[in-house]
Design a protein around this ligand. Sequence first.
Ligand code: ADP
Ligand code: MG
Length: 270
Amino acid sequence: QREPIRATQAAEDASADSAAENEAIRITDLHKSFGALEVLKGVSLTAQKGDVVAIIGGSGSGKSTCLRCINFLETPSAGQIIVNGEEIKMRQDGSPVDRRQIERIRTRLGMVFQAFNLWTHRTLLENIIEVPVHVLKVPRDEAIKRARVLLERVGLGDKADTFPAFLSGGQQQRAAIARALAVEPSVMLFDEPTSALDPELVGEVLTVIRDLAAEGRTMLLVTHEMKFAREVATHVVYLFEGRIEEQGPPEELFGNPQSARLRQFLQTVG
Ligand code: ADP
Ligand code: MG
């Protein structure tokens, strides 16, 4: 015979459900080793829908590895990853149980890399429609129409038929952002999107990212641009040697850092 559910319990369950519904990403106790080198030593973080989570930290602290584990560009060694309420099924050793689940989840995560990673033998338009047409089976006409809107949005409306090599780094990165947006991702993952750019081209890319943040898009953003992180992030995570050393709202993390390591880091990055 079952206990009747108390009203308070039901209310608690309902609010737990709606809290979970609001979560875009939840990572719990993520570990990753490359051979004997343990790069992530138990990272847990949550991004609510609409959050902009900035991940900062020194070179080699595990920032890229953390992002890459979320879409399984790296296989975690252990831990739990939940994307939009869906837990990625992993074996004991972190390997995925179901490749198709990974592929499906990956299409909902728009990843933008440091090095643009556009297909060099395709025009910008072709770059943008590739995944929508061939993976998501969006009709080609429809995909082209949307791609043109996206190119317009990132200020490249007149470059649809241009090949990447004819564009500046800033233009290529804006095209890469348009390509990531073309799958209508629920979360955008940015890995140092401006660090390969000449200084005078950084601003135009940050402007695009700032607009996406203002739209309420959920993003995880690895960046060395501390001023920018402070401006757009809703939450900042400081990684040190594969662990979260400190995290919190930007005003607190940048304005009143608690950890000596973080204070030192902020001094060195200016
Ligand atoms: P960050 O992005 O914070 O600079 P990374 O996540 O790229 O740091 O790297 C963290 C550590 O993991 C570094 O010591 C790096 O050399 C190592 N690493 C990253 N990828 C690999 C790999 N594929 N094989 C071996 N070591 C790796
Ligand atoms: Mg990196």
